[in-house]
Design a protein around this ligand. Structure first.
Ligand code: NAD
Length: 429
């Protein structure tokens, strides 16, 4: 078996390095104080838990879970929970850091966190997944809480997993006496258990709002344009539907099973029915299978990476033909890939803005739970649009003022807000 050399870095460590480089560049740009820089370079808490679960055949297996709480100066830690065999500490640290920037940029009163359990949900029964989620929640104990750290779904997890987390939390001693009022310990729940209307589609819908705002700014008509979408899970599917409602035709889709193309358009509803049964886009009757590299070079106006990180790399960036990248996923563009895209004049709508719809509507869900209120769907959508367009305007102003990239401008807005709060609060004791 090959041994790991000390010079090798894992994909997680590389991702955290990418996150740090982006942070350092933005901190330099806005002259963030050294004090605040050193605080923000390290997550506040890194929690790793190992726990046993009995599988359906009676075998006992150990699982490993992570929760990284990056920063809470603006409010309780907030961030998704990922189920993937690739989950590791470095990856979760990077994703937690990006959450801190995203919540700050979005203007919601939360800090940043992220979590994950290292397993492949596709290889487990619903019963096993339930036991894994419940044991993980139990292992975290009071490390999560409605005013402390509030998980939500991310890659591989879903509303059902959040309901199991909530139920385990409410039934455990750690939730204290105020049990019924603590449903907001997680967001992204089912509607029946306290979820918000519009939360399931929020990230994809939000990405479409961000795109529409960008097209309005550059005086370009969105109707009649085409898109290629990588990932047809929560974000990709809802993004395809929302884009469709705005007159954008999706002509190519890729996921972990392959890539497909139909120049006349792929119907999101028909593709959703197919993926629900087949488990992926491969084999969809109304499109041709294409190579994944051809997918990234699709002749479309908009490329939407909405799957996993590090997809638009220096190898792929020269082949991208889209003029706009809408980052539905977190960290889909590597730093050297981004440099090539910018050089080629490709507009990038960065993840911290483009996929912020999820955490913004999570905030609405948390608020509704706290107030025992129920918002209508159009109220959720209107407020979501307003939050995102405000954030987008702030970024464009900062981009002009600092003559920098859109991602750097987004970080500048986020870091200025955090830096001001640190300056005013100071460090105690
Ligand atoms: P999901 O699990 O619902 O879907 C993930 C999709 O990515 C699936 O279609 C899967 O086939 C595809 N995929 C997985 N591995 C792949 C690979 N190696 N190559 C190509 N495709 C692959 O996850 P999601 O919730 O849609 O999250 C997608 C991205 O959006 C992630 O980066 C996540 O962090 C980010 N995000 C999600 C939310 C949310 O509300 N769900 C919010 C903000 C950001």
């Amino acid at each position: 078996m090959p041994t790991r050399r000390s010079t090798d870095t894992t994909h997680g460590e590389q991702l955290f390095e990418t996150a740090l480089q982006q942070f350092d560049a933005a901190a330099e740009l806005i002259g963030l104080s050294d004090r605040t820089r050193s605080i923000l370079r390290s997550p506040k808490n890194e929690i790793i838990v190992s726990f046993p679960v009995e599988l359906d055949d009676g075998e006992l297996r150990m699982f490993r879970g992570y929760r990284v709480q990056h920063n809470d100066v603006l409010g309780p830690f907030k961030g998704g929970l990922r189920f993937s065999p690739e989950v590791e500490l470095g990856e979760v640290k990077a994703l937690a850091m990006w959450m801190t920037w995203k919540t700050s940029l979005s203007g919601v009163p939360f800090g940043g966190a992220k979590g994950g359990i290292a397993f492949n949900p596709r290889e487990h029964s619903q019963g096993e997944i339930e036991r894994i989620v419940r044991r993980f929640t139990h292992a975290l104990g009071s490390n999560i809480g409605p005013e402390h750290d509030i998980p939500a779904p991310d890659v591989g997890s879903n509303a059902q997993a959040m309901v199991w987390m909530m139920d385990t939390y409410l039934n455990s001693a750690s939730s204290g006496g105020d049990r019924q009022n603590t449903r907001r310990v997680v967001t992204g729940k089912t509607i029946e258990t306290g979820g918000s209307l519009g939360r399931d589609k929020a990230t994809g819908q939000g990405a479409a709002f961000v795109l529409a705002h960008h097209f309005e700014q550059i005086n370009r008509d969105l109707r009649g344009t085409t898109a290629a979408i990588q990932g047809f899970g929560n974000v990709g599917e809802h993004c395809a539907r929302a884009l469709g409602r705005m007159g954008v035709t999706t002509t190519a889709v890729a996921d972990h099973t392959g890539a497909i193309m139909n120049g006349h358009g792929i119907d999101p509803e028909a593709l959703w029915r197919h993926t629900s049964e087949a488990g992926g886009v491969a084999g969809f009757a109304d499109a041709d299978e294409i190579d994944v590299e051809d997918f990234f070079a699709s002749d479309v106006d908009i490329l939407v990476p909405a799957a996993i990180e590090n997809q638009i790399t220096a190898d792929r960036a020269p082949n991208v033909r889209a003029s706009v990248i809408l980052e539905g996923a977190n960290g889909p563009t590597s730093n050297d890939g981004e440099a090539i895209l910018i050089e080629r004049g490709v507009e990038i709508l960065p993840d911290v803005l483009a996929n912020a719809g999820g955490v913004i509507v999570s905030y609405f869900e948390w608020l509704q739970n706290k107030m025992s209120a129920k918002w209508r769907l159009n109220q959720v959508d209107d407020e979501l649009r307003r939050y995102l367009w405000d954030a987008a305007d702030n970024i464009e102003n900062e981009k002009k003022r600092l003559a920098c990239s859109r991602r750097e401008a987004a970080y500048a807005v986020a870091l200025n807000r955090i830096g001001t709060v640190f300056d005013q609060r100071g460090i105690w004791p």
